[in-house]
Write a protein that binds this ligand. Structure first.
Ligand code: FES
Ligand code: FES
Length: 154
């Protein structure tokens, strides 16, 4: 069936099978490579996107569920936040292999947009569904806190 949705700010339409996963449609049919295929079974968060503002694992979400909605991937994060997140992650050494980074970027965006007065504990709890095998999380959490500090609780 043809489904239509807003993807990173642009209207798209694509032919998707009823059982086709959103992650595959995004990567293979629409060429958006930001969400990563990692575990494929909902355990790592590398494929996280926002669906109407809510985080979903696109490896477990049917593409047809995006019909008529808005999907935001790491490539579609508002510029101001994207620049801030990218700078903080790079300065804190929070990206190594980078496979997990798009998922962390999407979740950090959500966190920075919605929450103020972040603590290490809050960030850790919010990001608990995202796995990183390289950084041990310490630098990622530092990076999110740094970005939040730069925003001044905005
Ligand atoms: S690839 Fe979706 S949770 Fe790991
Ligand atoms: S930087 Fe490698 S898994 Fe996170």
């Amino acid at each position: 069936m043809i489904i239509k949705f807003k993807l990173d700010g642009k209207e798209v339409s694509v032919d998707a099978e009823p059982n086709e996963l959103l992650l595959n449609v995004l990567r293979d049919k629409l060429g958006v490579k930001a969400p990563k295929y990692s575990c494929g079974i909902g355990e790592c968060g590398a494929c996280t996107v926002l669906l109407d503002g809510e985080p979903v694992l696109s490896c477990l979400t049917l593409a047809v569920d995006a019909n008529g909605k808005e999907v935001i991937t790491a490539a579609g994060i508002e510029e101001e936040y994207a620049a801030l997140i990218s700078k903080a992650f790079s300065e804190e050494g929070a990206v190594q292999c980078g496979y997990c980074s798009p998922g962390f970027a999407v979740m950090s965006y959500l966190l920075l947009r919605e929450k103020k007065n972040l603590s290490e504990e809050k960030v850790r709890e919010f990001l608990r569904g995202n796995l990183c095998r390289c950084t041990g999380y310490v630098n990622i959490i530092k990076a999110v806190l740094k970005a939040s500090e730069v925003m001044g609780g905005k």
